[in-house]
Write a protein that binds this ligand. Structure first.
Ligand code: 5AD
Ligand code: SF4
Length: 392
């Protein structure tokens, strides 16, 4: 299964390519691959990542075309005659973005963290969690497997704030992966100097996943001792200026948060120019100072997804693993039916995945990746969604 469909380059202006897909066109940046008008390409998150031979492209497109129209009918039927808040949000999603559902892979390569966020099981002061670091070779192998064997076109490389992977190591990892396989690499490595992000951009990374966690400066200061919201926002804006596509958002239901706070969080995510909104429920971890706090109900998370969609009709909104964890049976389906349109699949080797314990009971921790992909594709198909970033 493939998570992007090829399109044809019909125009080039500097680095801006206009790409034709079935009956619509999209723009993408060509910095990562050399392309000419008439070439078939894969693009992800606004970047061309690879050219595709014409015959291969035609074959894949013919296959997709059949599937697409069938899926589109299902999606349209499910989004018809909206009444409730969730149905209205879903109808807006359908109208503005069609049935596309970005499915990105996420590889958690280190669970060591120098930060001490009150809510997180990986916080520095949690001595009870067992930690791991993947070697450079393991990371390259896991990324290559995810791209070449599993078909991912976009991959998030995530870790705690772990200075053991210094700038040179990270840059080697990024360029090493890109040497082995074309993919949109999104780094999620927390507070680092902007110059490190610049070096990683030079090495070929094109996305940054970094939440601001809360738009309330006082709450931020309490939750992330020793750091400030202002510095976080400056960093997020800085990486965007470097040319990165930015995925950002917040932690919903933090103790001390409020409905007004949620509204501000949604607005700030949009103001930061998020290419994708990522917000999930706070899930208390037993070995943190917030162990005794309450879990937000699934309904409040679905409300947040729906309101985000109504406030930002064209946003990409992620169904996060934390949302799936709130309701392992139905969380993903309900999120997708309340306005969300993206998913991530954990491709971390199972032996490490269990140790990446930001919160307990994470959904999908035991699943092998091919069966997880199958389950996701089955879910998407049942909802009339296509696992690509091109919607119809
Ligand atoms: N519950 C839910 N999400 C959490 N994160 C950290 N701790 C928790 C928790 N207890 C999220 C933060 C961080 C991301 C990597 O994980 O929002 O940005
Ligand atoms: Fe570290 Fe991220 Fe957890 Fe904070 S949320 S303790 S930065 S892993």
């Amino acid at each position: 299964m493939c998570y992007a469909i090829p399109g044809k380059v019909v125009k080039l202006e500097g680095f801006a390519a206009t790409i034709e897909y079935f009956d619509e066109t999209k723009k993408a940046h060509t910095g990562l691959a050399s392309v000419a008008v008439g070439d078939y390409v894969y693009a992800q998150g606004g970047f061309v990542i690879q050219t595709v031979p014409e015959d291969e492209a035609m074959e894949i497109m013919a296959e997709w075309r059949r599937l697409f129209f069938r899926l589109r009918d299902t999606d349209r039927k499910l989004a018809a005659a909206p009444r409730t808040l969730y149905e209205r949000a879903n109808a807006v999603r359908q109208k503005k973005l069609g049935n596309s559902c970005c499915v990105h892979g996420i590889l958690e390569f280190s669970s060591h963290c120098a930060a001490n966020c009150l809510y997180c099981g990986l916080r520095r002061d949690n001595a009870a969690v067992s930690r791991y670091r993947m070697t450079e070779g393991e990371i390259l192998d896991a990324a290559e497997y995810a791209v070449k064997e599993l078909g991912f076109k976009a991959l998030v490389l995530q870790s705690g704030e772990d200075p053991w992977y210094d700038e040179a190591k990270l840059a080697r990892i990024v360029s090493g992966i890109l040497k082995r396989c074309p993919v949109l690499l999104i780094v999620s490595i927390g507070a680092r100097p902007l110059s490190t992000y610049a070096a990683l951009y030079k090495a070929g990374a094109r996305g940054v996943l970094m939440r601001f966690e809360t738009s309330d400066p006082a709450l931020y200061g309490r939750m992330k001792p020793g750091s400030s919201l202002e510095a976080r926002l400056e960093l997020i804006r800085g990486v965007r200026e470097l040319g990165y596509m930015v995925i950002t958002g917040f932690l919903a239901g933090l103790p001390g948060g409020s409905n007004r706070g949620t509204f501000r969080n949604i607005r700030l995510t949009a103001e930061l120019g998020a290419e994708m909104f990522s917000f999930g429920p706070f899930i208390p971890h037993p070995q943190t100072p917030l162990a005794a706090e309450k879990l937000p109900p699934l309904g409040s998370m679905l409300d947040t997804i729906a309101r985000t969609r109504l406030m930002n009709p064209e946003a990409n909104i992620l169904v996060t693993t934390a949302l799936e964890t709130l309701d392992k049976e139905n969380g993903a389906r309900e999120g997708l039916m309340a306005g969300a349109n993206s998913l991530m699949i954990n491709v971390t080797p199972v032996k490490y995945r269990r140790q990446y314990e930001i919160y307990p009971g994470r959904a999908g921790v035991e699943d092998d990746v091919p069966s997880r992909i199958q389950a996701v594709v089955k879910l998407l198909n049942s909802l009339g969604r296509a696992p690509t970033d091109i919607g119809l």
